[in-house]
Each structure stands twice: as structure tokens, then as C-alpha cells.
Design a protein around this ligand. Structure first.
Ligand code: ADP
Ligand code: NI
Length: 221
């Protein structure tokens, strides 16, 4: 990045920090910083346009459906922030395209190296110890339960809105959606920790009483 781009990134960091200062849904500024740092690490190995990657990381959650549903479609918050710094329109287009394509729930295939790196960095932050913290924090924010006894109904396992169900709907399968080898290795390591955590949790909750085979459930064979 040249000096003017470095300056823009520093300015946008402080814009995003104030924008997300009252977020308690797991999309806080420190999440953005972790994504930015991990993506910078991946870029140092795989290449890609560092300015585009940095902008995409910093702005990837300012129009998230969960925190700003009104601007989710037009990405107005990201556009307003970028337009303040007269960023080239082609760069703005690439950044918006990346932000639109990386969400887990949207399930869109990412094409460019830059998008792959940003997506991997965002997904890595959803798993491991920090991913567990964010999952329970998000459930609290949404007034969802930690777990429900309905989750253990054998014919319909883990289908409620509880935090525990989110492990099965997303966290345990994130590792299969990672693009780069370095992030994939990290995802495997973090998924191992998710499983260690669940084994302990299920032991404390005495899930064996419900006839649940944890070995099969966590694919530990
Ligand atoms: P990101 O924008 O970082 O990709 P999401 O917007 O999907 O992630 O969610 C933010 C955080 O909240 C993530 O750590 C995610 O796993 C967690 N989360 C999302 N949906 C739920 C849910 N229904 N229950 C518990 N945690 C959730
Ligand atoms: Ni994110």
C-alpha cells in the first residue's frame, strides 16, 4: 500500500471503531481487528491487493443484516465511509462485492483471492475459543437460551435457536468452507477445541441420559 492508502486505512479504522462502539452482538470493533489482522497475515503469504483486503475487513460488518438491516441491501454505511476518502470507484466496487459475497448464511461462492482471504479471516473468528465466546454473547444479545431440553430430543436433535444449536448449524461445519490451506489448518485446530468443549459440556449436562451418542454426534470415531 502507498502512504495515502495507509492513511485512509488508519482513518477508516477510527471511523469503524466509533461506528461499532455500542455493538454487543459479536460484531464489535475487536472482531473487525482480529479479522483484519488474520487477513493481513494470509495476504502476506498468498498475495492479493492489500488495500482492497484491508478495506473489506474493516467494513465487512457495518451493513450486516443483524446490526444494520436497513442498509443491508444498499451497503450505505460502507459506501458513506469510503466516499469520505475519495477512493477509486473500481476499488469501492470490488470491496462491496467482497462484503456481499462472504457471509456464511448467504452461501455465495467467492471467486477472487481477496474475497477468499477476507472470508477465511471472518470465518476463523467464528470458531475456537473466541468463536465460543461470540456464540454465547450473540445468543444473550438475541435473548436466546444457552441450550434447551428440546435440543436433546433424539428424533429432532439441535433444531432450536439456542446457542448450543448454533454449534451444529454453523461452528462445527465452518472448517469445511475454508478456502486457503493455512486457514484450513487453523480451522481444524479450532474445531478440535470446539469438540473438546462440547465433550465436557455434554458430560456436565449428563447427556448420556438422553441416549445421545456423542462419539457419533461429533464424528469422533
Ligand atoms: P460474521 O459476520 O462474523 O461472519 P455472523 O454475523 O454470522 O458472523 O455472526 C456473528 C457471531 O455470532 C459469530 O460468531 C456467529 O457464530 C454468532 N452467531 C450468529 N448467529 C448465531 C446464533 N443464531 N446463535 C448463536 N450465535 C450466533
Ligand atoms: Ni464478521
Amino acid at each position: 500500500m502507498d502512504n495515502s492508502q495507509i492513511l485512509i486505512i488508519e482513518n477508516i479504522k477510527s471511523d469503524v471503531k466509533s461506528f461499532l462502539s455500542d455493538d454487543f452482538s459479536g460484531h464489535d470493533y475487536l472482531h473487525v481487528c482480529r479479522v483484519y489482522n488474520y487477513a493481513s497475515h494470509l495476504q502476506s503469504v498468498y498475495g492479493g491487493d492489500l488495500f482492497v483486503i484491508s478495506l473489506s475487513c474493516l467494513l465487512h460488518d457495518v451493513d450486516d443484516k443483524k446490526i444494520s438491516p436497513d442498509t443491508f441491501n444498499d451497503k450505505k454505511n460502507a459506501l458513506n465511509i469510503m466516499n469520505k476518502y475519495s477512493i477509486d470507484s473500481d476499488i469501492i466496487k470490488s470491496v462491496i462485492k467482497i462484503i456481499e459475497s462472504i457471509s456464511f448464511s448467504e452461501g455465495i461462492n467467492v471467486e477472487t483471492l481477496e474475497a477468499k482471504i477476507v472470508q477465511d479471516a471472518d470465518r476463523i473468528d467464528a470458531i475456537g475459543a473466541i468463536g465460543i465466546a461470540r456464540c454465547f454473547s450473540y445468543a444473550g444479545f438475541k435473548h436466546n437460551a444457552i441450550y434447551s431440553t428440546e435440543d436433546f430430543c433424539y428424533s429432532d436433535l439441535f433444531k432450536t435457536d439456542s446457542a448450543l444449536c448454533h454449534f451444529f448449524k454453523k461452528l462445527l461445519i465452518v472448517k469445511d468452507t475454508i478456502n486457503t490451506e493455512i486457514a484450513r489448518d487453523e480451522a481444524v485446530r479450532r474445531t478440535r477445541f470446539l469438540k473438546t468443549y462440547l465433550i465436557q459440556l455434554f458430560d456436565e449436562l449428563e447427556l448420556n441420559k438422553y441416549g445421545i451418542d456423542i462419539t457419533e454426534l461429533l464424528d469422533l470415531k
